[in-house]
Design a protein. Structure first.
Length: 62
């Protein structure tokens, strides 16, 4: 399974978030560390243990 994420580098830190969950951001000292942290966030957000998780949806307008 793959998930899209958005990231940028600010000074010596990579900041990113999962496209599906834009309200939940994390950081890492390297891109690899950022990806590991994003995996951790994904597992937390989809485990059902966190209440009121904000998600992105799609709406078809006819």
């Amino acid at each position: 399974m793959t998930k899209r994420f958005i990231y940028c580098q600010e000074d010596d830190v990579f900041i990113g978030w999962l496209e599906e969950f834009p309200d939940y951001r994390t950081q890492g000292e390297s891109l690899l560390e950022l990806k590991d942290n994003l995996k951790d966030i994904y597992n937390e957000l989809t485990s059902g243990s966190m209440p009121n998780v904000h998600k992105v949806g799609e709406l078809q307008i006819a």
